[in-house]
Design a protein around this ligand. Structure first.
Ligand SMILES: O=C(O)[C@H](O)COP(=O)(O)O
Length: 204
Protein backbone atom coordinates (compact mmCIF):
# COMPACT_ATOMS: atom_id res chain seq x y z
CA UNK A 1 0.00 0.00 0.00
CA UNK A 2 1.22 3.51 -0.70
CA UNK A 3 0.02 7.00 0.14
CA UNK A 4 -0.27 10.23 -1.78
CA UNK A 5 -0.69 13.39 0.27
CA UNK A 6 -1.86 16.56 -1.46
CA UNK A 7 -1.50 20.03 0.06
CA UNK A 8 -2.58 23.33 -1.46
CA UNK A 9 -0.11 26.08 -0.53
CA UNK A 10 -0.91 28.33 2.44
CA UNK A 11 -2.68 31.66 1.96
CA UNK A 12 -0.79 33.94 -0.46
CA UNK A 13 -0.77 37.73 -0.46
CA UNK A 14 -3.14 37.74 -3.45
CA UNK A 15 -5.44 35.14 -1.86
CA UNK A 16 -5.70 37.65 0.98
CA UNK A 17 -6.35 40.54 -1.44
CA UNK A 18 -8.84 38.42 -3.46
CA UNK A 19 -6.91 38.85 -6.71
CA UNK A 20 -6.56 36.32 -9.55
CA UNK A 21 -3.06 34.89 -9.21
CA UNK A 22 -2.46 32.02 -11.65
CA UNK A 23 1.14 32.03 -12.84
CA UNK A 24 2.10 35.23 -10.97
CA UNK A 25 4.74 34.31 -8.41
CA UNK A 26 3.24 35.67 -5.18
CA UNK A 27 4.55 34.60 -1.77
CA UNK A 28 2.76 33.51 1.42
CA UNK A 29 1.25 35.82 4.03
CA UNK A 30 2.02 35.27 7.72
CA UNK A 31 -1.25 33.36 7.94
CA UNK A 32 -0.14 31.25 4.95
CA UNK A 33 3.12 30.41 6.76
CA UNK A 34 1.12 29.44 9.84
CA UNK A 35 -1.17 27.22 7.71
CA UNK A 36 1.93 25.51 6.30
CA UNK A 37 3.26 25.04 9.83
CA UNK A 38 -0.05 23.48 10.94
CA UNK A 39 -0.03 21.20 7.86
CA UNK A 40 3.47 20.11 8.89
CA UNK A 41 2.25 19.28 12.41
CA UNK A 42 -0.51 17.12 10.93
CA UNK A 43 2.03 15.25 8.79
CA UNK A 44 4.64 14.59 11.48
CA UNK A 45 3.68 10.93 11.86
CA UNK A 46 3.66 10.26 8.12
CA UNK A 47 6.42 8.37 6.35
CA UNK A 48 7.14 10.42 3.21
CA UNK A 49 9.71 9.21 0.68
CA UNK A 50 9.54 11.77 -2.13
CA UNK A 51 8.11 15.29 -2.50
CA UNK A 52 6.87 17.19 -5.51
CA UNK A 53 5.97 20.82 -5.95
CA UNK A 54 5.48 23.53 -8.57
CA UNK A 55 8.00 26.16 -9.61
CA UNK A 56 6.05 28.92 -7.82
CA UNK A 57 7.27 30.28 -4.49
CA UNK A 58 3.96 30.03 -2.59
CA UNK A 59 4.02 26.24 -3.06
CA UNK A 60 7.78 25.89 -2.59
CA UNK A 61 7.72 27.97 0.57
CA UNK A 62 4.84 25.88 1.96
CA UNK A 63 6.82 22.72 1.20
CA UNK A 64 9.94 24.07 2.91
CA UNK A 65 7.97 24.82 6.08
CA UNK A 66 6.40 21.33 6.07
CA UNK A 67 9.84 19.70 5.56
CA UNK A 68 11.26 21.60 8.47
CA UNK A 69 8.38 20.90 10.87
CA UNK A 70 8.45 17.20 9.95
CA UNK A 71 12.26 16.93 10.07
CA UNK A 72 12.19 15.68 6.45
CA UNK A 73 14.81 18.02 4.98
CA UNK A 74 16.74 15.07 3.50
CA UNK A 75 13.81 13.78 1.45
CA UNK A 76 14.23 14.45 -2.31
CA UNK A 77 12.11 17.23 -3.84
CA UNK A 78 11.21 17.62 -7.51
CA UNK A 79 9.65 20.82 -8.82
CA UNK A 80 8.02 21.19 -12.19
CA UNK A 81 5.87 23.71 -14.07
CA UNK A 82 3.42 20.86 -14.77
CA UNK A 83 2.20 21.32 -11.18
CA UNK A 84 1.88 25.11 -11.40
CA UNK A 85 -1.46 26.85 -10.90
CA UNK A 86 -3.67 27.21 -13.99
CA UNK A 87 -2.85 30.37 -15.91
CA UNK A 88 -5.50 33.03 -15.32
CA UNK A 89 -4.24 34.91 -18.39
CA UNK A 90 -5.59 38.45 -18.68
CA UNK A 91 -7.34 38.14 -15.32
CA UNK A 92 -4.10 37.81 -13.31
CA UNK A 93 -3.76 40.67 -10.85
CA UNK A 94 -7.44 41.71 -11.11
CA UNK A 95 -9.73 41.83 -8.09
CA UNK A 96 -12.12 38.84 -8.20
CA UNK A 97 -15.14 40.79 -6.90
CA UNK A 98 -14.60 43.73 -9.29
CA UNK A 99 -14.17 41.31 -12.20
CA UNK A 100 -17.48 39.66 -11.26
CA UNK A 101 -19.16 43.10 -11.26
CA UNK A 102 -17.70 43.90 -14.67
CA UNK A 103 -18.34 40.59 -16.48
CA UNK A 104 -21.15 39.18 -14.31
CA UNK A 105 -21.00 36.64 -11.47
CA UNK A 106 -22.02 33.81 -13.77
CA UNK A 107 -19.26 34.39 -16.33
CA UNK A 108 -16.59 34.66 -13.65
CA UNK A 109 -17.87 31.48 -11.97
CA UNK A 110 -17.60 29.70 -15.35
CA UNK A 111 -14.04 30.94 -15.79
CA UNK A 112 -13.12 29.85 -12.27
CA UNK A 113 -14.90 26.54 -11.92
CA UNK A 114 -15.96 25.11 -15.29
CA UNK A 115 -13.96 22.27 -16.82
CA UNK A 116 -13.42 23.48 -20.35
CA UNK A 117 -14.00 27.24 -20.55
CA UNK A 118 -10.71 29.14 -20.36
CA UNK A 119 -10.49 32.67 -18.94
CA UNK A 120 -9.27 35.17 -21.60
CA UNK A 121 -5.64 34.39 -22.46
CA UNK A 122 -5.49 31.68 -19.78
CA UNK A 123 -5.97 27.94 -19.22
CA UNK A 124 -9.19 26.03 -18.63
CA UNK A 125 -9.17 23.29 -15.99
CA UNK A 126 -8.95 20.85 -18.91
CA UNK A 127 -5.77 22.59 -20.18
CA UNK A 128 -4.35 22.30 -16.67
CA UNK A 129 -5.39 18.62 -16.47
CA UNK A 130 -3.68 17.98 -19.81
CA UNK A 131 -0.28 18.95 -18.36
CA UNK A 132 -0.75 17.83 -14.74
CA UNK A 133 -1.95 14.28 -15.40
CA UNK A 134 0.76 13.21 -17.88
CA UNK A 135 3.34 14.45 -15.35
CA UNK A 136 1.57 12.55 -12.56
CA UNK A 137 1.46 9.38 -14.65
CA UNK A 138 5.10 9.56 -15.70
CA UNK A 139 6.75 10.86 -12.49
CA UNK A 140 4.53 10.16 -9.47
CA UNK A 141 2.47 7.07 -10.22
CA UNK A 142 5.58 4.87 -10.80
CA UNK A 143 6.83 5.79 -7.31
CA UNK A 144 3.46 5.00 -5.75
CA UNK A 145 3.42 1.64 -7.51
CA UNK A 146 6.84 0.88 -5.96
CA UNK A 147 5.18 1.41 -2.57
CA UNK A 148 6.66 4.87 -1.95
CA UNK A 149 4.71 7.55 -0.12
CA UNK A 150 4.57 10.87 -1.94
CA UNK A 151 3.75 14.44 -0.87
CA UNK A 152 2.60 16.94 -3.51
CA UNK A 153 2.37 20.63 -2.58
CA UNK A 154 0.67 22.53 -5.37
CA UNK A 155 -2.25 24.83 -6.19
CA UNK A 156 -6.05 25.01 -6.12
CA UNK A 157 -6.55 24.13 -9.76
CA UNK A 158 -3.57 21.85 -10.44
CA UNK A 159 -4.82 19.86 -7.43
CA UNK A 160 -8.45 19.98 -8.64
CA UNK A 161 -7.32 18.36 -11.88
CA UNK A 162 -5.41 15.70 -9.95
CA UNK A 163 -8.42 15.04 -7.70
CA UNK A 164 -10.66 14.79 -10.75
CA UNK A 165 -8.37 12.07 -12.08
CA UNK A 166 -7.91 10.21 -8.77
CA UNK A 167 -11.59 10.24 -7.84
CA UNK A 168 -12.77 9.74 -11.45
CA UNK A 169 -14.96 12.85 -11.25
CA UNK A 170 -16.79 14.22 -14.28
CA UNK A 171 -16.82 17.89 -15.36
CA UNK A 172 -20.11 18.48 -13.47
CA UNK A 173 -18.71 17.04 -10.24
CA UNK A 174 -15.39 18.88 -10.19
CA UNK A 175 -17.19 22.24 -10.50
CA UNK A 176 -18.24 21.97 -6.84
CA UNK A 177 -14.87 20.90 -5.44
CA UNK A 178 -13.04 23.58 -3.42
CA UNK A 179 -9.56 22.96 -1.99
CA UNK A 180 -8.71 24.76 1.25
CA UNK A 181 -5.25 26.28 1.69
CA UNK A 182 -2.83 24.28 3.86
CA UNK A 183 -5.13 21.30 4.55
CA UNK A 184 -3.46 17.94 3.75
CA UNK A 185 -5.57 15.34 1.90
CA UNK A 186 -4.47 11.71 1.89
CA UNK A 187 -5.14 9.06 -0.78
CA UNK A 188 -4.31 5.39 -0.15
CA UNK A 189 -3.55 3.06 -3.07
CA UNK A 190 -3.49 -0.72 -3.30
CA UNK A 191 -0.83 -2.65 -5.26
CA UNK A 192 -2.82 -2.26 -8.49
CA UNK A 193 -2.90 1.51 -8.03
CA UNK A 194 -6.60 1.56 -7.25
CA UNK A 195 -7.55 4.31 -4.83
CA UNK A 196 -8.61 2.57 -1.59
CA UNK A 197 -9.35 5.68 0.41
CA UNK A 198 -9.85 9.05 -1.22
CA UNK A 199 -8.86 12.46 0.00
CA UNK A 200 -9.34 12.15 3.74
CA UNK A 201 -8.15 14.91 6.04
CA UNK A 202 -6.03 14.60 9.19
CA UNK A 203 -6.96 15.51 12.73
CA UNK A 204 -5.18 18.68 13.82
O1 LIG B 1 -4.86 31.61 -8.92
C1 LIG B 1 -5.70 32.00 -8.08
O2 LIG B 1 -6.24 33.11 -8.12
C2 LIG B 1 -6.07 31.10 -6.92
O3 LIG B 1 -4.96 30.46 -6.48
C3 LIG B 1 -7.11 30.06 -7.29
O4 LIG B 1 -8.15 30.73 -7.84
P1 LIG B 1 -9.63 30.15 -7.89
O5 LIG B 1 -10.19 30.12 -6.51
O6 LIG B 1 -10.34 31.13 -8.78
O7 LIG B 1 -9.56 28.78 -8.50
Amino acid sequence: MSALILVRHGQSQWNLENRFTGWKDIDLTDRGKEEAFQAGLQLREEKIDVMFTSTLKRAQHTLQIIRKVCGLEQVPVYSDTALNERSYGDLEGLDKAETAKKFGEKQVYIWRRSYDVAPPGGESLKDTYDRTIPYFESHILPLLSEGKNVLVVAHGNSLRSLIMYLEKLGPEEIVKREIATGVPLKYLFDHHMNVLKAGHTFKS
